[in-house]
Design a protein around this ligand. Structure first.
Ligand SMILES: [Ca+2]
Length: 212
């Protein structure tokens, strides 16, 4: 009986040591930034009554974010609309919309999905709209840019979901990947940026919404 107790105790000590060592080595060092107040960008101030034509007629709004707090911006989020003559009989269809994200550095990337437009047989690289606690790691597909909304005349179009969503991203620093998320919200023509976080521990996943 004594021997069994001794073995169990020794096992506990070894096991505790390994657990402690493991958690110490793999601790997530999360850089979390809460944007106060939330920042909203829009290319449309208002719509003319009855016609629904956006005002101003052609404009772009964008914001850049420094994701790793090194003083250099890493990502651009933008919304824009523009007029392109197609038809005099239906001027409303002449106003087109684009909204998306672009990584400034080509070694960084955004979690995306492939959207296949069956009408035109064209693939679009669109944002992977993630939910809270979704894992952001090497299992996702990444691209340097992602479409949120693309409305064009007689061509492949896409419009992602409204409300809150998480953007997954990965940035490459010193040969290692760092995963992170940005909380955005879509409402009408508005794109709002609320929070973001980055796992400073290299090559470790982060969960959407994880702050520590
Ligand atoms: Ca940066």
């Amino acid at each position: 009986m004594k021997i069994i107790l001794k073995i169990s105790f020794s096992f506990c000590i070894v096991f505790s040591f390994l657990s402690c060592r493991k958690s110490h080595l793999e601790v997530d060092d999360i850089y979390y930034y809460n944007i106060i107040p939330d920042t909203t960008i829009t290319s449309v101030s208002s719509y003319y009554p009855f016609s629904g034509i956006p005002n101003p007629n052609d404009s772009t709004a964008s914001i850049q974010i420094d994701l790793d707090n090194d003083g250099i911006n890493d990502i651009t989020l933008s919304v824009s609309h523009y007029y392109q003559w197609q038809s005099a009989s239906n001027p409303l269809s002449n106003y087109f919309y684009q909204s998306g994200l672009n990584m400034i550095n080509s070694i960084d990337s955004i979690a995306t999905l492939n959207y296949y437009d069956t009408q035109f047989g064209v693939n679009l690289t669109v944002l992977n709209f993630l939910h809270i606690n979704d894992a952001i790691n090497s299992n996702l597909r990444y691209h340097t840019s992602a479409t949120i909304k693309s409305i064009v005349f007689w061509g492949p179009s896409y419009n992602g979901p409204y409300g809150d969503s998480y953007v997954g991203f990965k940035i490459k620093r010193n040969g290692n990947y760092h995963y992170g998320w940005i909380l955005i919200s879509r409402s009408g023509s508005n794109l709002t940026i609320k929070e973001f976080a980055l796992n400073r521990t290299p090559n470790r996943k982060i969960l959407a919404g994880q702050t520590q």
